[in-house]
Design a protein around this ligand. Structure first.
Ligand SMILES: Nc1ncnc2c1ncn2[C@@H]1O[C@H](COP(=O)(O)OP(=O)(O)O)[C@@H](O)[C@H]1O
Ligand SMILES: [Mg+2]
Length: 298
């Protein structure tokens, strides 16, 4: 990585007030091409291709076992694909370790909350900025001006992120004492603290109740519209997916079976038959249902 790439991050598009005048890096497209992941004899992901356009929410959906998590993990350096590439701008994510993927502007959350319950919200959010610091351990120890400047900048940024997510009054609260929905919000905040240009969300609505899912839907919408960050969303809650996505890619048994705008996906006969027998029959619309109706019983 060049120094120029990295200096562009700390004042990315999120800084809604008090920006330092540094231009955000140009938006990048994610082009997944022929991605194939094999476990033993099982091809969990078979020649899958799709493109996430900059500034859009792109959902990756499919019945259980379709290969969604496998795809997510191949894009975040957890699994090495047997074949295929995932170009984010000029970087092929499939050949990079997780920390490098973060440093080129791809942030992620984890399906199971991976935060420290005894630490405050502020400290949990600061963890997301770990890879951005440049002054290093020795400089920190010596309390150099650069380290102090970075720390002030990081704290200001964390406050902006917390305000954006409606967590401003909870910065000093130990994470473990927050409601589940707020903890998930902190998890998203930590991913935003990584200064991503592309945010990968793995089942963000899992375990949420209806009102938590509704505010999550709004947050994802704002991440796209106000921050200009692209989102790749792996999600089972079809109400959320259909409300917030610009485009939807559907997997079944590791293969891509459909790709298009939500309205087209909802009426696609191949997609409908793939979902038959799924516990949540999302293909039948329920007008008047609140958002998240399908999300809370898992
Ligand atoms: N680490 C693994 N080892 C072996 N098989 C796996 C592993 N992870 C996933 N699989 C298999 O790959 C397929 C896709 O799984 P997964 O990506 O978890 O599906 P989804 O997230 O869409 O429910 C399934 O058949 C699953 O059993
Ligand atoms: Mg999964």
């Amino acid at each position: 990585m060049t120094a120029g790439e990295r200096t562009a991050h700390p004042t990315g598009p999120l800084l809604l007030s008090g920006g330092g005048g540094v231009t955000a890096p140009p938006p990048a497209r994610l082009v997944v091409d022929g991605l194939t992941v094999v476990f033993g004899g099982v091809t969990a992901l078979d020649d899958v291709s799709f493109t996430v356009e900059p500034g859009t929410v792109h959902a990756l959906i499919g019945p259980n076992g379709a290969g969604k998590s496998t795809c997510f993990n191949a894009l975040t350096g957890v699994y090495r694909p047997a074949r295929g590439t995932a170009l984010f701008g000029t970087h092929d994510l499939t050949s990079m370790p997780p920390h490098r993927i973060a440093s080129v502007g791809v942030g992620r959350t984890f399906q199971n909350i991976a935060l420290s319950p005894s630490e405050t919200v502020r400290d949990n959010l600061l963890l997301g900025r770990h890879h951005l610091g440049r002054s290093g351990f020795l400089a920190d120890a010596l309390g150099t001006r650069r380290a102090r400047h970075e720390e002030r900048q990081a704290l200001a940024r964390i406050e902006a992120i917390a305000a954006f997510l409606g967590l401003a009054d909870k910065l000093g609260t130990p994470l473990g004492t927050l409601a589940y929905g707020d903890q998930k919000r902190v998890e998203m905040g930590r991913a935003l603290a990584m200064e991503p240009r592309l945010l990968l969300l793995d089942e963000p609505a899992a375990g949420m109740n209806a009102s938590e899912t509704e505010s999550l839907t709004q947050s994802i919408d704002q991440i796209r519209s106000e921050l200009g960050i692209s989102v790749l969303l792996v999600e089972h809650d079809m109400t959320l997916v259909m409300q917030v996505s610009d485009r939807v890619t559907v997997l079944n048994f590791g293969k891509k079976i459909a790709d298009g705008p939500p309205a087209a996906i909802q009426t696609d006969s191949t997609v409908i038959s793939a979902y038959l027998g799924e516990p949540e029959d999302w293909t039948t619309p329920h007008p008047g249902d609140g958002p998240g109706e399908t999300s809370s019983e898992r």
